[in-house]
Design a protein around this ligand. Structure first.
Ligand code: HEC
Ligand code: HEC
Ligand code: HEC
Ligand code: HEC
Length: 152
């Protein structure tokens, strides 16, 4: 009899944990439409890595992304590669969608995502950086401060 109660207790705890996890996954998918991969890094390793590779992107930082979210699984940070556009776009939709977010800059054709000479061919990385301050590729030739804000 006692054994039966213990078994039932374990089943109950397991199903509560399962439901709770499901709720978390939904919470995340509301923000990004992407279910984030679970981390394989221990909490202490993760906080150590976050010190070495802090996020300079205010929003990403606030969301507390794990390294694995962007870089996939790795053992040694030396293995880690920079991101390609398509990896940013798994969460940000497509270039057109990104361009719509800054369409208030269209009237002078200075939308950094769809402007005078560049449509959707630029690497996000020519302006946005994750672990170091962002830059603005257009600023190589133009005084972009009169056009748009600093690259977030
Ligand atoms: C939101 C996505 C994102 C997250 C989360 C993220 N990174 Fe990165 N990481 C990048 C991008 C983009 C680059 C390319 C260089 C840059 O933009 O700073 C990069 C570059 C790197 C590099 C190569 C550095 C170099 O020499 O250029 C390492 C190592 C790295 N990340 C480690 C980490 C670790 C460790 C974590 C977790 C603490 C982490 N990253 C979290 C996006 C991310
Ligand atoms: C795992 C999902 C995910 C990935 C991968 C990702 N982002 Fe984001 N990013 C978000 C979310 C969620 C936000 C906050 C909501 C929003 O602005 O859409 C955000 C916000 C941003 C912002 C606004 C920052 C601010 O301070 O206003 C920029 C810029 C950005 N991301 C660029 C990038 C670039 C460039 C990459 C690829 C190197 C990338 N993101 C990869 C999910 C992601
Ligand atoms: C030529 C430089 C440049 C390139 C390339 C670029 N961005 Fe941006 N991005 C900017 C600047 C500058 C802003 C801020 C514009 C402003 O608000 O005035 C911005 C803003 C954003 C925002 C926030 C928009 C908001 O709602 O405030 C997101 C998200 C973003 N970029 C994602 C991306 C992604 C993803 C890519 C690659 C597919 C990319 N960007 C390529 C310069 C660039
Ligand atoms: C390699 C230098 C270079 C870069 C980088 C560059 N431009 Fe230009 N841009 C020029 C030159 C030169 C002209 C004038 C000649 C012409 O009409 O093509 C120009 C013209 C323009 C014009 C027409 C109005 C004007 O001021 O003459 C706009 C708008 C513009 N650029 C936006 C951008 C944006 C937005 C970016 C970043 C996505 C960018 N440019 C990046 C060199 C550059």
């Amino acid at each position: 009899m006692k054994k039966l109660f213990i078994v039932l207790g374990i089943i109950m705890i397991a199903s509560i944990a399962f439901l709770y996890q499901g709720m978390n996954a939904k919470e995340q998918s509301k923000k990004t439409d992407v279910v984030l991969p679970a981390t394989t890094l221990s909490a202490s390793k993760l906080s150590e890595l976050k010190n070495d590779y802090p996020s300079k992107n205010d929003q990403h930082k606030k969301l507390g992304f794990d390294c694995v979210t962007c870089h996939g699984d790795f053992k040694d940070p030396k293995e880690v590669l920079p991101l390609e556009n398509k990896q940013c776009l798994t969460c940000h939709g497509d270039y057109k969608k990104v361009a719509e977010r800054t369409s208030f800059l269209d009237k002078n054709e200075v939308n950094p995502h769809d402007g005078f000479h560049h449509k959707d061919e630029l690497d996000c990385a020519s302006c946005h950086r994750e672990h170091k301050p962002s830059v603005n590729y257009c600023a190589n030739c133009h005084d972009t401060k009169v056009w748009m804000k600093a690259t977030p």
